[in-house]
Design a binder for this molecule. Sequence first.
Ligand code: CDP
Length: 211
Amino acid sequence: MIIAIDGPAASGKSTVAQRVAAALGVRFLDTGSMYRAVTWRVQVRDLDVSDEDACGAVAEGLELTFDAAGRIQLDGEPGEPHIRSAEVNRDVSVVAAHPRVRRAVVAMQRAIARGYSVVAEGRDTTTIVFPEAEHKFFLIASPLERARRRAEQEGAPERTAQYVRDLARRDELDSTRADSPLREAEDAMRIDTDGRTVDEVVTQVLEHIGR
Ligand code: CDP
């Protein structure tokens, strides 16, 4: 069984998907962490993030796996916390827009899910990666609420205004790119998480899938 959850930056997808996967006892697939990992590797190698072939070659040559706790590994080395840096936040949507990068990363996502039940989350898991998913959700929240959550996560509430701008920029890039833009699947259930606790959203998802 595949459960796919998409939505804009910091809409609560990761937390909800992780909790739903734990409740069901199945794998959790954080697809965004894979684009972050490619971006980090491109930066470490000092390559140009706007060079599709350079970024594509990095993605094709990188083995991305997840440890038992669901944390990403690059050729066996932990990606956290590097993949959450301000530099990666700045460049990830540019790297993720390259079709050659997406082809390599989507192939790895499908290989990871093959033969397993998974809860996948990202921007295109309901539309492109797993269009046949049994259950699809699209999470939304207001820009201010999303920025507040991200700032809180980072332990830096004073950065809320900056996050409003950062998230808006990333949403714009993710929604307007030609290959696999962020969009709401017609058969996805939309959940507005504004003013709702993680528990409430997780309960709604589990009820909807009949668990
Ligand atoms: O956690 P947050 O919402 O900040 O972002 P993320 O899920 O870690 O994704 C980081 C970036 O990767 C997004 O802004 C997209 O540019 C890209 N991404 C994508 O293109 N397709 C996906 N399925 C997931 C992420």
